[in-house]
Write a protein that binds this ligand. Structure first.
Ligand SMILES: Nc1ncnc2c1ncn2[C@@H]1O[C@H](COP(=O)(O)OP(=O)(O)OP(=O)(O)O)[C@@H](O)[C@H]1O
Ligand SMILES: [Mg+2]
Length: 172
């Protein structure tokens, strides 16, 4: 069964905050596949996930030149992969499996380039709506992603009610 949550963020901070929400409920063993054009906010979301997981130190940067960055020191290891610059055939899939299907959390930017479909994962696609506005669609492939989808749904409901409250103030 595939469950879907649609969200909107209006700033880098809001996307980061969504990442933190996800990071807080991650247990280990999850995969999160991120898709979306350059600058959509994938790395921004990963930075939030790292924070939610309690990863100490410098914030996450894009690992484009190394393919993968490992962040230890949080509740679980975080494996941040960015496959944008991947050359066809260059991926050692067998070696990657250790990270994709281990006890940590694998977050994969441009996951479509993996070359083999992920089976059990949370898919988040991000699209531009405006300069600072993004639409996110989260889909859970597998039962273990229900808590993550719940966290996202709750965050979106809070955002909408905040916005509603703001609008009301304006009209008063
Ligand atoms: N709502 C938003 N959410 C996230 N980032 C936003 C938002 N609005 C504006 N931005 C800006 O968009 C950029 C997102 O950059 P980021 O590196 O996270 O994108 P990316 O999807 O990882 O790109 P790439 O494919 O190059 O890795 C940042 O400069 C950020 O300030
Ligand atoms: Mg990125």
């Amino acid at each position: 069964m595939t469950e879907e949550v649609i969200l909107r963020t209006e700033s880098e901070e809001e996307t980061h905050a969504l990442g933190v929400r996800l990071g807080l409920v991650l247990l280990g063993g999850e995969r999160i596949g991120l898709s979306g054009e350059l600058g959509a906010g994938k790395t921004c979301l990963v930075r939030g996930i790292a924070e939610g997981l309690g990863v100490p130190g410098d914030p996450v940067r894009s690992p484009s030149f190394t393919l993968m960055a490992i962040y230890e020191g949080g509740r679980r290891p975080l494996y941040h992969l960015d496959l944008f610059r991947l050359l066809p055939g260059a991926l050692d899939r067998l070696a990657l499996r250790e990270y994709l299907y281990g006890d940590g959390i694998a977050v994969i930017e441009w996951f479509e380039r993996l070359g083999e479909p992920l089976e059990d994962f949370l898919e988040i696609s991000m699209t531009f709506v405006g300069a600072d506005s993004r639409r996110l669609v989260a889909r859970g492939h597998g039962l273990r992603y229900a808590p993550l989808l719940d966290a996202l749904r709750e965050a979106e409901q809070k955002r909408l009610s905040r916005r509603g409250a703001k609008k009301e103030k304006k009209y008063r």
